[in-house]
Write a protein that binds this ligand. Structure first.
Ligand SMILES: Cc1cc2nc3c(=O)[nH]c(=O)nc-3n(C[C@H](O)[C@H](O)[C@H](O)COP(=O)(O)O)c2cc1C
Ligand SMILES: [Zn+2]
Ligand SMILES: [Zn+2]
Length: 662
């Protein structure tokens, strides 16, 4: 697995190779000349060496591997951009100049939601409302429909976007009346297809700080007691505002490598246990608490609190689709489920944002009914916010596990002590794991890296502690924070850690793009594998692994996958302008990965490796060539084939800038 070091060029058969200019000229001609032309050109192109065809932007990447790594993982980073205003201030990389792309900015005149919902007279804002209330007026300026069929109407018999739907002609009757197919609509009545929605009531409670966190509070009280925790680091929060902001945004407090034996850890088999452990495994902490005020908590629930009796996470040997900020949205996960992903996880959610009831953060917890083994991933730096958040989710959403992101490398989170900085703050890390584990009925899992610094692996030291603290599973991404994506994942080290973790399951993660990669990974003794970029580049990788084959998937099959994604997107984000443009944005983000796929039939030898750059090549047909383009304008073209023309003044700069060169 840990073979090839530096990234080479993928071995595309010579007859498919072409030059940058010819590649783009062909696409510009809209593929009018057809496939024959492409293969004729191939003959001439045989002399074109990889060197000549190497995209200039990628050449730079080779010279400067650190930059490449940064840009790759800016994906994770930039993914947070829109949600957290603070992050927008970051002035790193070209994404800082990313234009504001709020979808509603494409719509000058929007119809008031009160009208769409058929109760215009009840518009809450009255005369101050800035939206239109007259349907005729709205229809006069509404942009043309994007298609004749509305996927929502066709699927559910009803399109809740009514006149604002960009496919509204499919369901508008006389006087713009929204037609409903009663028979079909009835079939869906009462069925909840997406779970884990944030109710207005809960949002209100959170905003007014009315939600009660009995279990977390009890745990945090115990943590604050002077003898409770080895007499050190007892404050659950980094500051009085409960960890929302760390005043001193400096480096993490402890040193990773040579940290002395942890003060909190009990020596094997010896008493006394740390208070946190007592409160989780022994009943006294809970029996002492005012159970009557705990709402609908039964004895059974209390007993469940003991991590020793927690439900086991049955995911041995399963294929786990990694949490993926921005790209791992619900429509994408539905695609991966169809192709055989067993376990799915929501995009990383920031615990403090969830505690504040932020809708955009709660959206990351949504679960499609096809996601049968589903978890959510949390990020945070302090025991109080993380434990409270775990209790909040335990009471309000349905998940099979909760994962802590202790692998996140991005500066903003790292500097606050979250993400992989937690690997160097084992005191806080322990308090977080124990606290969350105590309040959760479902298993707690932890995703880590090899360490922070490139040559200093620390995972093997931390894993036994994580097991001790009560986590049910660890996922190890075989790279350090400093490495980002510059080197291959260290699977020998992952194997070592899997042994150390036993009997706790350990999932291995890094660089899997083929069933051979997957087989090698499994042979390293891990309990299962997690796949991230491999799924973005080719979501059918799960099928390939399960069926142990290379799938030479045709361009039309691939195009159909994109069609399904856009339909899922319209269902999820909406079929009005806002929803369409959101769908387009996430499609474009995904396309920046998809273009790295090289069709099986074009390769000189199999399989494609994740660290190899695709050269310029001609596909076997126009669409195959189009989908190989790394040019953002071609991705936009693909989006237009699926979602109609982009609005005027449309701009898109992918979060993964490494892939957006022309
Ligand atoms: C676009 C993108 C978004 C990611 N978002 C997350 C995330 O939200 N949480 C997380 O733990 N890891 C995230 N990662 C890291 C992956 O889960 C995974 O650990 C890493 O990409 C290595 O696996 P791979 O070699 O299969 O890509 C992200 C990676 C990418 C490429
Ligand atoms: Zn209004
Ligand atoms: Zn519709």
């Amino acid at each position: 697995m840990a073979a090839a070091a530096a990234a080479g060029v993928a071995p595309v058969r010579a007859r498919y190779l072409t030059s940058k200019d010819r590649f783009h000229a062909y696409l510009k001609a809209q593929g009018a000349s057809g496939n024959e032309k492409a293969s004729q050109e191939d003959e001439e192109e045989d002399s074109v060496s990889n060197d000549q065809t190497e995209p200039p932007a990628k050449r730079v990447r080779l010279d400067d591997p650190v930059k490449e790594g940064e840009s790759q993982e800016d994906a994770e980073e930039a993914g947070r951009e829109e949600k957290e205003p603070v992050e927008r201030k970051r002035a790193r990389g070209q994404n800082k100049s990313r234009p504001c792309m709020k979808p509603n900015h494409y719509e000058k005149s929007r119809l008031c939601p009160s009208v769409t919902q058929g109760c215009a007279e009840k518009c809450y804002f009255g005369s101050r409302c800035r939206f239109l209330h007259d349907i005729d007026e709205y229809m006069a300026v509404k942009p043309a429909d994007l298609g004749q069929n509305c996927v929502l109407f066709e699927t559910f018999g009803k399109c809740i976007y009514g006149v604002t739907c960009r496919f509204a002609q499919a369901h508008l009757g006389d006087g713009y009346q929204n037609v409903i197919n009663m028979d079909l609509a009835k079939q869906w009545e009462g069925k909840s297809l997406v779970r884990n929605n944030l109710s207005k009531d809960l949002q209100h409670q959170l905003r007014k700080k009315k939600f009660s966190f009995e279990k977390a509070d009890e745990y945090l009280r115990r943590l604050a007691k002077p003898h409770g925790n080895g007499g050190k680091g007892n404050k659950a929060s980094g500051n009085p505002t409960e960890g929302q902001e760390v005043p001193n945004c400096t480096a993490p407090e402890e040193d990773p490598g040579d940290a002395p034996e942890h003060p909190v850890l009990p020596e094997e088999g010896k008493d006394p246990k740390p208070a946190a452990l007592e409160s989780s495994c022994l009943m006294d902490a809970l029996e002492g608490s005012p159970i009557k005020t705990m709402g609908p908590v039964t004895d059974e629930d209390i007993i469940k609190l003991r991590p020793c009796e927690k439900k086991k996470l049955e995911i041995q040997g399963k294929l786990y689709l990694a949490p993926l900020t921005t790209c791992g949205n619900l429509p994408f996960r539905r695609i991966c489920k169809r192709f055989g992903a067993d376990v799915t996880c929501g995009e990383m959610a920031v615990c403090t944002n969830l505690l504040q009831g932020q809708s955009s953060e709660w959206a990351l917890l949504k679960r499609h009914h096809t996601e049968d083994i589903f978890g959510v991933q949390l990020e945070g730096a302090f025991p109080d916010t993380m434990t409270k958040c775990a209790e909040l989710l335990n009471k309000t959403i349905e998940v099979d596990f909760v994962d802590i992101n202790v692998g996140c490398p991005i500066d903003l989170i790292y500097k606050k002590g979250g993400g992989c900085a937690l690997m160097t703050r084992s005191n806080k890390f322990e308090q977080i794991v124990r606290g969350m584990n105590l309040v959760l009925d479902v298993p707690l899992t932890v995703k880590i890296r090899t360490g922070v610094q490139e040559k200093i692996n620390v995972a093997h030291k931390i894993i036994p502690k994580i097991r001790e603290w009560g986590a049910s599973m660890v996922t190890l991404h075989g790279r350090s924070r400093e490495q980002r994506y510059t080197k291959v994942a260290d699977w020998d080290y992952i194997a070592e850690c899997a042994k150390i973790a036993s009997p706790m399951p350990l999932f291995g993660n890094g660089d899997i793009l083929s069933y051979e990669d997957a087989n090698r990974a499994v042979q390293m003794g891990v309990s299962g594998i997690m796949i991230a970029r491999g799924a973005l580049i080719k979501p059918w990788i799960f099928t390939e692994i399960k069926e142990q084959r290379h799938w030479d998937i045709s361009s039309s099959e691939r195009f159909d996958i994109l069609k399904d994604f856009t339909n899922y997107g319209l269902e999820h984000w909406g079929s009005d302008t806002q929803g369409v443009e959101k769908t387009r944005k996430f499609l474009l983000e995904w396309l920046s990965f998809l273009c790295r796929y090289i069709p099986v039939g074009l390769l000189e030898h199999l399989p494609q490796k994740i660290n190899e750059r695709p050269p310029y090549y001609m596909g076997r047909d126009y669409v195959e060539t189009l989908m190989a383009s790394q040019n953002v304008d071609d991705w936009i073209k693909i989006s237009e084939l699926l979602l109609g023309p982009v609005p005027t003044s449309f701009t898109f700069l992918p979060k993964h800038k490494a892939n957006s060169y022309r």
